[in-house]
Design a protein. Structure first.
Length: 81
């Protein structure tokens, strides 16, 4: 018999606002539409106008695609196994 890791849906997702560059990669790669890009309040730098947020962390299936694609390592995920 083979041991199989079964993950419960949902995760605690933290996005480091200082590291997030709003590139949209996590939004595009997530198969469960957990992330959304939102405008930063009061931001004057056009390169930091947007940021990602984990709008639906309860939908996370812990595929970790977002972690792999994030160019600044701004995403932290804590899930249950």
């Amino acid at each position: 018999m083979t041991d199989v890791n079964i993950f419960k849906p949902g995760a605690e997702i933290t996005i480091d606002d200082k590291k997030c560059i709003g590139c949209r990669r996590c939004v595009e790669v997530c198969p469960e539409d957990v992330y959304e890009l939102v405008k930063r309040e009061g931001e004057t730098n056009p390169n930091r106008e947007y940021k990602s947020i984990a709008l639906y962390p309860e939908k996370c299936i812990l595929c970790l695609s977002c972690l792999e694609i994030c160019p600044t390592n701004a995403i932290y995920i804590f899930g249950k196994q």
